[in-house]
Design a protein around this ligand. Sequence first.
Ligand code: C2E
Ligand code: CA
Ligand code: CA
Ligand code: CA
Length: 276
Amino acid sequence: AKAAGRGKHCFFEPSMHSEASDRQRLETDLRFALEQNELSLHFQPIVRAASEDLCGFEALIRWDHPTRGRVSPDLFISVAEECGLIGKLGDYVIEEAIRQAAEWPDHVRVAINLSPIQFNDPKLVEKVATLLQTHEVRADRIELEITEGVFLADNEATDDTFARLKNIGVRLALDDFGTGYSSLGYLKTAPFDKIKIDQSFVRGASHPKSRNSAIIRAIVALADSLGMDTTAEGVETHDDLNLIRELGCSQIQGYIFGKPSPAEDCADMIERDSVL
Ligand code: C2E
Ligand code: CA
Ligand code: CA
Ligand code: CA
């Protein structure tokens, strides 16, 4: 079959090849980046919708490559997942985020993104518990953001991990809700504290012709009746902010309140919040 297809393949092979080698180079660079401290965390504020008080920050990884410049996590996280580097990268994120939480006041939460692959790491719960102890961080200050992707591997191990995470007392958020695996069945049992409403529903929701407000309203009603908080992500404009408030989301995250920034800059925000 290979020989028969060879003539045809010639046409698009060069671009396929360069795409594969691009990824290969990215992988090599990422491996190096993990050793060379090219990775860091930025933190984006999450505020209460009603009062605009600070709830905490979402930790977002940043990679500053010496020649590529800043590489988007949307690109390199998937590479890390494919080439087996996500474990190491994820461990870095968890440790760095918990270490940072320890430096901030007790009322400030820190949310950490977890790849489904990390979620399936049998050592995950133990790692988190150990770091909380080492850095003396109260478990309920840490919120793990998990996507619907974890339910693709629907098995007892998933349930068990949820139970053990709840048991150590960390909070759980369902990230990018409504954009992935399209089943609601898992909401029957998975012990989420919060649903994060994806930006694709939030941005431009205030436009009169947008159907997004109907979707957001339904998500908020669902979360309310399940006893979960909601965070609207990607709020950029006052019109969207006003609408999101009217629709009853409990928390807001978006450029309107702050872009992801280095931990030093967050200290000011924490300071300002506590004097208000
Ligand atoms: P996410 O978890 O949905 O994170 C929110 C993304 O939306 C972030 O992009 C954030 O900078 C961006 N954002 C927040 N508010 C606004 C807004 O008002 N307007 C716009 N245009 N964008 C906004 P970022 O930092 O580029 O991260 C992209 C994705 O990469 C994340 O999406 C998450 O899936 C992944 N990611 C980032 N850091 C980590 C990490 O430490 N671990 C893992 N596993 N994934 C991560
Ligand atoms: Ca997230
Ligand atoms: Ca999200
Ligand atoms: Ca996203």
